[in-house]
Design a protein around this ligand. Sequence first.
Ligand code: ATP
Ligand code: MG
Length: 561
Amino acid sequence: MTDTDRPEPPPHFIRTRIRKDVETEVVQQVVTRFPPEPNGYLHIGHAKSIALNFAMAEEFGGRTHLRFDDTNPMKEEQRYVDAIRDDVGWLGYEWARECYASDYFEQLYAWALHLIDQGLAYVDSQDADAIREQRGTLTEPGRESPYRDRPPAESRDLFERMRAGEFPDGAHVLRAKIDMAAPNINLRDPVLYRIRHQHHARTGDAWCIYPSYDFAHGQSDAIEGITHSLCTLEFEDHRPLYDWLIEHLPVPARPRQIEFARLNLDFTVLSKRRLSRLVDEGHVDGWDDPRMPTLAGIRRRGFTPASIRNFCTEIGVTKSESVIPFGALERNLRDDLNVRAPRRLAVLNPLKVILTNFPDDETEWLELPNHPQNPDMGTREVPLSRELWIEAGDFMIDAPKKFFRLKPGGEVRLRGAFIVRCDEVVKDDSGNVVALHCSFDPDTRSGQPGADRKVKGTIHWLSAEHAVRAEVRLYDRLFSVPHPAADKDRDFVEHLNPDSLQVVSDARIEPGVEAMAPGTHMQFERTGYFVVDRDSTPDAPVLNRAATLRDTWSKIEKQLR
Ligand code: ATP
Ligand code: MG
């Protein structure tokens, strides 16, 4: 993939480490993987991991697997598999292989028997509470289970019968026999298998015992010949366990695990558990609500794959946790769309302007450029007639001196047309402004002697007769505080921003926009970057604001910090 005119990405410790492994021929071909658990939609944090895994393989001529770590049938669903596949593809990455931890269940089972036979695993017949209670704490060692010295033959028999479905859930577990006094709690005889009479999306009812994530994960990497297992820092403490398992099992390869810091974004939450609460409790309109930090959400909001890839390159990869401002994501979107998005006109809060010296039933078609700096993007015809809409905010009765838009007696240029003067303000009985009577100066049209005459302001407009009514959805931060999940005293949902969605139901858009396909991007001049929503139809167009033109948030964020 090429994101042109981007500088060479900065070196980071993972790139340096892989380069060294390649140069010293410790690895022949780099193989990485992105290993989601299909229990929810991917979020922008996952994009960091996806971008890193695919970039490392690509840079060193290797390959990347998409592996579903589907070891917990209680929470996993096929629709999540489909959504994850869709999101990774949308980001622009092609995986060399699609794998499933569940494809290795038979092999993992055989390896569990191997550990039992070596005296390195035993069946524990205590319940989960007892096991938890004996685990100890960071300052206290754990206590050994009374079943710890169960003879291997007995454990093997029980384990085989666990598989055969002879016992109910929770009756037994299989545990590794490592060290109950280990300072690292992950090494205190961790659970490798649990009984769960549960249908699995891929293996059906073939199994009623399921491997723990820790038992499946490292071995799956080994089976696939993953050379570099890139994962987030919370797995650093699990590495000794993964290493122990790899050392004691006849695995075909030895992956190297390297940890990096998770991506955190302000004004949102990045955890599937919290995101699924927002969905389940109806705080948002599904996983792809445009306010959600899920890839499906920000895609619907109007973010582009390039903007997300560029963002991931920009934030880099480190070992220290940090919180990235949401505005950084928006800046990358603006940078991308500023170059690529065609310009269109829209009026969100319409005010009528009547051009008193414009012929009554005449329509003029003006040729406007689709992009001010890029003539290759062509032009389009925009209708002009006697009655126009302008943005109500572009007019002020008692305007301050520096207000360079329209005011009584003042002049302004209508984008791509001519200069108009506000001659009369029409008000209703309650004194509200309902229309402006303006006259235009024909000399200031393009090609006329006054075409270059300068006035301070230029505003956008639409022909009232031709403009199309549309619903425009304006999105803001989902939460009103920078770190909603960090508040120990209040549930994070209490920090939801009540104004995160503002629906403008009677906006007007330039004719032609209503026929654009969902997912089409554009810049509404002077207004922002927008995308056609998937709810949109030509008869009832719906547009989402992806980002404002300027960063109005960086100031606010500074004050809140
Ligand atoms: P969550 O914590 O959001 O529930 P998870 O870690 O449980 O996510 P997985 O499906 O297990 O979700 O994650 C797949 C991969 O994505 C893992 O390698 C994980 O380290 C990585 N990942 C998850 N969240 C982030 C993040 N915020 N930043 C970077 N990588 C992440
Ligand atoms: Mg996880």
